[in-house]
Design a protein around this ligand. Structure first.
Ligand SMILES: O=S(=O)(CCO)c1ccc(-c2ccc(C3CCCC3)c([C@@H]3C[C@@H]3c3ccccn3)c2)cc1
Length: 240
């Protein structure tokens, strides 16, 4: 797939998003505001507007037991599971298989009152980031979603307003080695999840309205997704 014309952008954006995901909210540029906290899940946002449009960057940090980062990324990436956990997606279509680990999606989102209905055209790339030099480096899996403009699929021609997104789901897996060489079980697994997103809604909506939608929808979204993965994996062999 390295011959595909989108590959240089896919490579650049994915590496850039991994860099940002790895920055802790403490030492990132700009002020992150904790706007939601439920158990292990902490959600931060920065208030940013472009031409009066809310594009608040979001960073969510979550820790879940019993799954690996590979499993979390697989359920996020693979279109066959999408409609089972994505409550705000009406249709999802794979327009092109760029590679086994890279797909081009056209997605129509359900209308979230009072905003008008949105669609999104984006590539999605899943990658296992090799450990650092030493063996016990972090075991990281990521999925990066990034909007693209394609002349044959112009924005805002039908009923939907085209939104623009850059999303990164980064997962780090920790295994607590069981006593005396026993087999690793799901109880020994901890997955540290960092979800970063910047969504440009594509058309103007009142900032207070959009921020209310974000505040309500993002916690629901991440909780529903992670609970879905835990549920799907619990009686399956571990995918490291
Ligand atoms: O992680 S993904 O790549 C998963 C692929 O399916 C992804 C997540 C979220 C969105 C998304 C799409 C539309 C909207 C808004 C914009 C104006 C009116 C609706 C929002 C706002 C933030 C709120 C939101 C957050 C989460 C879920 C739904 N709604 C988010 C798109 C892709």
């Amino acid at each position: 797939h390295h011959g595909h014309h989108m590959w240089p952008e896919i490579e650049r954006v994915t590496m850039e998003q991994i860099h940002y995901a790895r920055l802790s909210v403490e030492d990132s540029v700009g002020v992150w505001q904790l706007f939601a906290e439920e158990g292990e899940m902490k959600m931060y946002r920065r208030e940013e507007e472009v031409n009066g449009m809310v594009i608040d960057p979001l960073k969510a940090c979550h820790v879940v037991k019993g799954v690996t980062g590979h499993e979390v990324c697989e359920y996020f990436f693979n279109p066959q599971y999408r409609l089972e956990w994505e409550a705000t997606v009406e249709t999802t279509t794979v327009l092109e298989k760029i590679a086994d680990d890279t797909l081009l999606f056209l997605q129509v989102h359900k209308r979230i009152w009072p905003a008008s209905q949105r669609d999104a055209l984006f590539w999605s790339h899943m990658r296992h980031v090799p450990d650092d030099k030493d063996q016990d480096g972090p075991d990281i899996w990521v999925v990066c979603n990034n909007s693209v403009d394609i002349p044959d699929l112009p924005a805002n021609t039908g009923k939907c307003v085209r939104l623009y997104l850059t999303v990164c789901l980064m997962c780090q897996t920790f295994v607590d080695p069981p006593k005396d060489g026993a087999k690793v079980t799901r109880n020994d697994l901890t997955c540290k999840i960092t979800y970063c997103s910047v969504v440009n809604p594509g058309g103007w909506a009142p900032p207070a309205v959009l921020r209310a939608v974000y505040k309500r929808e993002y916690p629901k979204f991440l909780k529903r997704f992670t609970n879905y993965v835990i549920d799907q994996c619990q009686d399956k062999p571990i995918l490291f």
